[in-house]
Design a binder for this molecule. Structure first.
Ligand code: NAD
Length: 454
């Protein structure tokens, strides 16, 4: 398997994919190691994660550089991701003992009752490339703390990062027979579906997620899916500072080149401020610094995958055919690397794929709406249900919109953010189950009810 730098199109490294036999061996190793790990006191398991937390910081220069080289993320955003991952670790370190402790329910008369939380066993963590640290730690950290063994399959586009994670976990004291990286593409992930694992935790596209759910259904084990989105942002006419709202919306749309599951994917603006918003938005988009992702000043690097250039080019063409007006960008940069121009299409409507299919790139459609009712109707017109954002001075008016969203997350005067203390979950085609928060700790254990007499 070749690891390609998307900024230069050069091969960074060649690495052997795991064969089905190698994957089976790794499974057997972890299957034997997991019960021993589960018997290690919880405090010791958490202590390993504390060391891993420190190593992420100590090694941040090397880790950030590798991440930028293999996925094309601007270097500053690689550092931000590592910091964000450490914040999530802080949450798990501080809160796991509380949510994994046994709970006494009844302690009276002759019968006493309690709940004990036991690990699931050996789980698969099949992961995406866009935020390998963030989406990885959501799963393997609470899984390890909970006493599980983990077969961690990083995306084939973030393999070197996956290997760094493994190296640092081992240095932090996680035994080799508890955590194993599975190297390879979709076929390696497919091999995990054939194994008798005790849970499947997936982050990636709707298509692969649905496939995994279908192909593991007969095992009757937990399956959690964190999938894509087509997240709307609505700007009401009462916002006080149109300029700063435009800046926030642009950041939500193009951070990480728009390759975030909760990126702002479509914008609706009240007709009273539409022209002003567009002028501010485009003026800011024109100033984005595109270039070498290893340069700390760069805001937009290359896309991670070459195929995405053709996909986005077609989305823009389809938008223009359906009445869209291109105000900025529209295609790839004619140079080495998978660079795509930040692209703004106005006069957008829902006949366009740009407003209905996940773009996963630095392209955005902006549509004018006459009132909140029309905005809500359009925001809800999607098979996805990850996040939705509203910008307004008036909380009651914003809340009326947020309540109508069939999404796992809603935002008032913010967007494109995740908090470790809140459940991260998608509805409809955006996913199944939740990570983060206490729910994301409990997701990796199963309750056992004790009825005690005597
Ligand atoms: P993908 O579905 O192409 O790949 C995800 C993982 O699945 C990779 O590791 C891949 O090798 C593996 N895989 C592919 N085919 C498989 C198969 N048949 N069986 C088992 N495993 C298989 O997704 P991607 O391109 O890596 O990620 C982008 C998508 O992820 C976007 O849609 C994005 O919105 C979504 N995402 C969602 C969240 C969230 O929290 N909701 C977070 C990050 C990314």
């Amino acid at each position: 398997m070749q690891i390609i730098n998307p900024a230069t199109e050069e091969v960074i490294q060649e690495i052997a994919e795991d064969s089905p036999e190698a994957i089976l061996k790794k499974f057997q190793l972890v299957k034997d190691g997991q019960p021993v790990w589960a018997a290690v006191p919880l405090a010791e398991r958490i202590a390993c994660i504390e060391k891993f937390y420190a190593f992420l910081d100590e090694n941040k220069d090397e880790l950030a550089e590798t991440l930028t080289m293999e996925v094309g993320k601007p270097l500053q955003q690689s550092y931000n991701e590592l910091n964000g991952a450490r914040k999530r670790l802080e949450y798990f370190i501080k809160n796991s003992a509380r949510w994994l402790a046994e709970e006494w329910i009844t302690e009276e008369d002759a019968t006493r009752e309690k709940i004990v939380y036991e690990p699931l066993g050996v789980i698969a963590n099949i992961s995406a490339w866009n935020y390998p640290y963030l989406v990885g730690v959501n799963v393997f950290v609470p899984a390890l703390i909970g006493g599980n063994g983990v077969l961690y399959k990083p995306s084939e586009y973030a393999t070197l990062t996956g290997l760094h994670i493994q190296r640092l976990l081992y240095r932090a004291g996680i035994p080799e027979n508890v955590f194993q990286v599975i190297i390879g593409k979709g076929t390696a992930g497919q091999a995990l579906l054939e194994l008798p694992l005790h849970g499947y935790f997936f982050t990636g596209s709707y298509r692969t997620g649905r496939y995994i759910a279908e192909h593991t259904a007969s095992k009757l084990v937990p399956v959690q899916l964190e999938l894509g989105g087509k997240d709307p942002l609505y700007v009401m006419d009462d916002v006080e500072d149109v300029d700063s709202v435009a800046a926030a919306a642009l950041d939500g749309a193009v951070y990480n080149n728009g390759q975030s599951c909760c990126a702002v994917e479509r914008i609706y603006v009240h007709e009273k401020i539409y022209d002003k918003f567009i002028a501010a938005f485009v003026a800011k988009a024109k100033k984005l610094v595109i270039g070498d992702p290893l340069d700390k000043a760069t805001e937009i690097g290359p896309l991670s995958r070459k195929e995405q250039i053709g996909f986005l080019t077609q989305q823009v063409a389809d938008a223009e055919e359906n009445g869209g007006k291109l105000l900025l960008g529209g295609g790839a940069l004619q140079q080495q690397g998978y660079f795509f121009q930040p692209t703004v299409v106005v006069n957008a409507n829902h006949k366009m794929k740009l407003m209905t299919e996940e773009s996963f790139g630095p392209v955005i459609g902006i549509q004018k709406v006459k009132d909140d009712t029309e905005a809500v109707e359009l925001m809800k017109d999607t098979p996805y249900g990850l996040t939705a954002a509203v910008y307004s001075k008036n909380f009651d008016r914003a809340e009326a919109v947020m309540k109508q969203m069939d999404t796992g997350t809603v935002y008032w005067n913010c967007c494109d953010r995740v908090s470790a203390g809140l459940p991260w979950s998608g509805r409809k085609s955006s996913g199944l189950g939740a990570t983060l928060s206490y729910q994301g700790i409990r997701a990796f254990v199963q309750p056992k009810a004790y009825h005690l007499r005597g």
